[in-house]
Design a binder for this molecule. Structure first.
Ligand code: MN3
Length: 199
């Protein structure tokens, strides 16, 4: 039985960058719905209960046809959002240090050039999807609730939800304003710990 994780901060803690209304809608409604529909799918294929979610998402071919798209979409939604809440913090923002700083400098030349590239990629996602920073420094995008682990890649170091539900209440159609604001809440400490742990 999957459950909605509670946030490490209050709903209003990411303001003014992400509003209380967005956080409540996004966490209590959207994420809860992924959890509920994932549980409903697993009820139809109880053997899947024995396997961790990462194992299902990393090997969707092994999931029975009848529930595969539900596990992909709802399970992906649950997995991605569990990480997304941790990638933000009221004490976030600024620049990363340590190995994350080194990774971004090596790959992009500077933190700002990384931000610029990640932003360009996030604006280029057509429709609903995510932008990811991978542990090797690559920036990749996926559609819908797909995760890099579905492609056999490592779990992402950092990711940004660019579904309209993540920003429309605050930013309307201005995804670029949302992305620009989001850097102010990025929890680099968590990203640094993830890289140190091998994610
Ligand atoms: Mn979302």
């Amino acid at each position: 039985m999957y459950t909605l994780p509670s946030l490490d901060y209050n709903y209003d803690a990411l303001g003014p960058y992400i509003s209380t209304d967005i956080m409540k809608l996004h966490h209590d409604k959207h994420h809860q719905t992924y959890v509920d529909k994932l549980n409903a799918a697993i009820d139809q294929a109880p053997a899947l209960r024995e396997r961790p979610l990462e194992s299902l998402l990393g090997d969707l071919d092994s999931v029975p046809d009848a529930v595969r798209s539900a596990v992909r979409n709802q399970g992906g939604g649950h997995y991605n959002h569990m990480l997304f809440w941790q990638w933000m913090s009221p004490r976030g923002g600024g620049e990363p240090g340590g190995d994350v700083a080194r990774l971004l400098n090596d790959k992009y030349g500077s933190y700002q050039k990384f931000v610029d590239e990640f932003t360009v990629r996030s604006l280029a996602v057509f429709g609903s999807g995510w932008v990811w920073l991978q542990p090797n420094g690559d920036i990749i995008t996926t559609a819908n609730q797909d995760s890099p682990i579905m492609q056999g890649l490592d779990a992402p170091l950092l990711g940004l939800d660019v579904w309209e539900h993540a920003y429309y209440l605050d930013y309307k159609n201005k995804r670029d304003d949302y992305v620009k604001s989001w850097w102010n809440v990025v929890n680099w400490e968590f990203v640094e710990d993830s890289l140190a742990d091998g994610v």
